[in-house]
Design a protein around this ligand. Structure first.
Ligand code: GLU
Length: 488
């Protein structure tokens, strides 16, 4: 049997990391098994869904590198792939269930259902629909209709049955039909079919072989199995993925920080790092290798190795992975990714020579955790008109040699002929130290402050060689002006 899996998100306007992980595991499973990865949009809840929300899903999947073989935009043999376009199909199966006598109209109002529930709870019973409308006569139904009531359609749950399935991750699961909360709704009073019903029709007609989804859907599975059986469809294999928790072991939520794919993307996580990190949420490769490309993930991924215990979303680990990816990324591609962050920080990037910019990215990238850090570390290279930090000013003015160091360095720079290499820079600093009898902190720190206005940052020899003599001079002039103002 060929492997066919689907990712079936509802377009809510954002892609939660839990959904992204579900999409990824479906994708890896499909690719590992030379199967088909299908995207289906579950948008029966029409009022809430907009085109924009569907685009959010496309964007997130594309960014993560999860291309689908069948879907609303690419088509396929089993379409349409949007539930809102499949309503006629669902109607046909509603009729089939009616014909088999497996569904009935229920006229109970939300208030009546609520009372029913409260009474059950008071008696210490688990809430369930009692089946009150199961045997209404035609006359009774007419009377209720005449009252203006609009019925829902309920599926008759067998009284005494054990429903079992062998989950590929959770193992053997058994649920008694009495635990399902009674006959459940498959069509709402407004005529819209509900998730548990349409998902079965779609998975069956799209010939889905494995349903891989979050474990929050385990409680739906028995209901779905009853519907597969009622409609005479083969039941697919199920694999329910473990929950994702925050580091405090509570369910991952906004409280833990970012939860949508777009937020991670905007902060400047590389898609490769993010995807690699998500792959390790609940799964771990047998060989223990953690940094894995998509090809390596596909090669190693085995659904049997997915852990049934909850996975912890550890941002520290994600940050570490992102750093690893940033350090090893092709420099031209990394520069492309960094540019929007520079522009956002107000730099006119067109001013800089591309090759020069790449060199700056090369020498600063080891300091980035996320791409949004790039302007902070690159500023030292990009901005000549900086403000000398207060602490740095105080440091220089504490000891008169320090200011002299900057001036002496400036004068020597001015008469320099030829290229300013890291070696020449070191030589000049050495000479300054000799002449003024300054060393260590009294020598290097003033030079750093003169060049950058700060007491911390990248290696100075690299900085000056990338700046060149003219920009070095302008920078020192700028710093000296501020330092002299302060000393007067
Ligand atoms: N639309 C459902 C969700 O987003 C799909 C569940 C399923 O995969 O069956 O949770």
């Amino acid at each position: 049997m060929s492997v066919r899996v689907r990712f079936a998100p509802s377009p809510t306007g954002f892609m939660h990391v839990g959904n992204a992980r579900t999409a990824l595991f479906n994708f890896l499973f499909a690719r590992h098994n030379n199967g088909t990865f299908i995207l289906r949009i579950e948008d029966t809840d029409i009022e809430r869904h907009s085109e924009e929300a569907v685009n959010v899903i496309y964007e997130a999947l594309k960014w993560m590198g999860l291309n689908w073989d069948e879907g609303p935009d690419v088509g396929g043999e089993y379409g349409p792939y949007r539930q809102s376009e499949r309503l006629d199909i669902y109607k046909k199966y509603v009729e089939e269930l009616k014909g088999k006598g497996l569904v009935y109209e229920c006229f109970c109002t939300p208030e009546e259902l609520d009372t029913m529930r409260k009474e059950q709870l008071e008696r210490g019973e688990p809430p369930r629909y009692t089946g009150k409308c199961r045997d209404l006569t035609e006359e009774e139904k007419e009377r209720l209709r005449a009252e203006g009531r609009k019925p829902v359609l309920r599926f008759k749950v067998p009284e005494d049955r054990i429903i079992s399935f062998n989950d590929l991750i959770k193992g053997e699961i058994e649920i008694h039909s009495r635990q399902l909360g009674g006959d459940f709704v498959i069509v709402r009073s407004n005529g819209m079919p509900v998730y548990n019903f349409v998902v079965v029709i779609d998975d069956a007609l799209m010939k889905i072989s494995h349903v891989i989804r979050g474990e929050d859907h385990i409680s739906n599975t028995p209901k779905q199995i009853l519907l597969y059986e009622a409609l005479g469809f083969p039941v697919p294999q199920f694999a329910h993925l473990p929950m994702i928790l925050g580091t405090d072991r509570s369910k991952l939520s906004k409280r833990h920080g970012s939860t949508s794919v777009k937020e991670f993307r905007d902060k400047g996580y590389l898609s490769e790092a993010f995807t690699n990190f998500l792959a390790l949420l609940g799964w771990y490769p047998k060989d223990g290798k953690e940094i894995l490309s998509m090809e390596e993930l596909i090669e190693r991924f085995d659904i049997k190795d997915v852990n049934s215990a909850p996975a912890v979303f550890d941002t520290t680990k994600l940050n570490w992975m992102n750093q690893v990816y940033i350090r090893n990324y092709p420099i031209d591609k990394l520069t492309d990714l960094v540019i929007p962050y520079l522009e956002k920080a107000g730099y006119d990037v067109s001013k800089y020579d591309r090759e020069w910019l790449e060199k700056v990215v090369e020498v600063t990238r080891e300091y980035f955790t996320v791409l949004a850090d790039a302007p902070i570390y690159m500023e030292m290279f990009l901005k000549d008109e900086f403000e000398v930090e207060e602490g740095a000013k105080e440091f220089v003015l504490e000891d008169e040699t320090r200011l002299k160091v900057i001036e002496n360095f400036y004068n020597r720079m001015k008469i320099l002929e030829g290229e300013l290499t890291p070696g020449i820079f070191k030589q000049i600093v050495k000479e300054v130290g000799k002449e003024l009898k300054a060393k260590g902190k009294n020598l290097f720190m003033p030079v750093r402050i003169g060049l950058t206005g700060r007491m911390k940052g990248v290696e100075l020899d690299i900085l000056v060689s990338l700046l060149g003599k003219e920009r070095v001079l302008r920078r020192i002039e700028n710093s000296l002006k501020q330092l002299n103002e302060k000393s007067n």
